[in-house]
Ligand binder design. Structure first.
Ligand code: 4G3
Length: 230
């Protein structure tokens, strides 16, 4: 999968993408991530990317032309790839979840647009395929949301995470929260590891985990049970 990110702060992506799973996927050639500085696509000498809002008000608005030029350039360089999915990260977007991550993990090419300032000129939305939000809060820019999205999507691409198991059995994969996990020692400050997990009986362990996942979900996120096919 190719991932192009349009941002005013390309350096922000350096360390998160130089670590862990994303790095491993890049090294293996499973993903290629490129960042593009929006300022490079400004048309004037001063490399202006924002301006005052029509109608007045506080804050600045991202101009549409630099974003449009960046998209055109990236698309033209990517002629071989069939389809590009253009995503805009914004608090006005559809809430990102595991289902959306699985959907995006199937794409060949993602273009992520990170907004800044108060908003982006509304006319650029015509060129976006989807507007996505990572949660109901406002950040200074779309960069952190883009990193969150990339991390969630990349680990679902086949060959990125070692065992399929660890992704499939994940919290949220089944639509339930995860069950509790334990490791050594068997007794920690008088608290024991549940007996079922020490039994060596795989069916007993599976049932214990399912029951605990259901209990966890019921107690912490009852709303999820309505969405889950049982
Ligand atoms: C566009 C995304 C971008 C409009 C972006 C603010 C939070 C999210 C921005 C706008 C963002 C999110 C930049 N903050 N919840 N800030 O995914 O009003």
């Amino acid at each position: 999968m190719k991932i192009d990110i349009i941002t005013l702060f390309p350096d922000m992506f350096d360390s998160p993408f130089a670590e862990s799973i994303v790095r491993r996927a890049s090294k293996k050639g499973i993903i290629q991530i490129n960042t593009h500085n929006l300022r490079d696509f400004a048309t004037d000498k001063r490399r202006t990317v924002d301006d005052k809002p029509y109608g007045g008000g506080a804050g600045m608005v991202l101009k549409p032309e630099p974003v449009y030029r960046a998209i055109r350039k990236i698309k033209s360089k990517n002629k071989g790839t069939e389809k590009s999915k253009i995503l805009f990260l914004s608090p006005q977007g559809k809430l990102f979840d595991q289902k959306k991550a699985k959907e995006l993990a199937k794409e060949k090419h993602l273009i992520l647009i990170c907004g800044h300032y108060e908003d982006i000129d509304a006319r650029i939305m015509k060129f976006m395929d989807e507007e996505i939000s990572i949660g109901d809060y406002v950040l200074t820019g779309g960069e952190l949301p883009a990193m969150v999205l990339v991390d969630a999507v990349v680990r679902l691409i086949p060959g990125v995470v070692k065992e399929k198991e660890s992704v499939i059995q994940d919290s949220f994969y089944s639509g339930l929260l995860d069950y509790p996990h334990y490791t050594r020692p068997r007794v920690f400050r008088k608290m024991k590891v549940p007996e079922a997990l020490l039994s060596g009986n795989h069916e007993k362990i599976r049932l214990w985990r399912l029951k605990e996942a259901l209990r966890n979900t019921y107690n912490k996120r009852p709303g999820l049970l309505k969405k889950t096919k049982m």
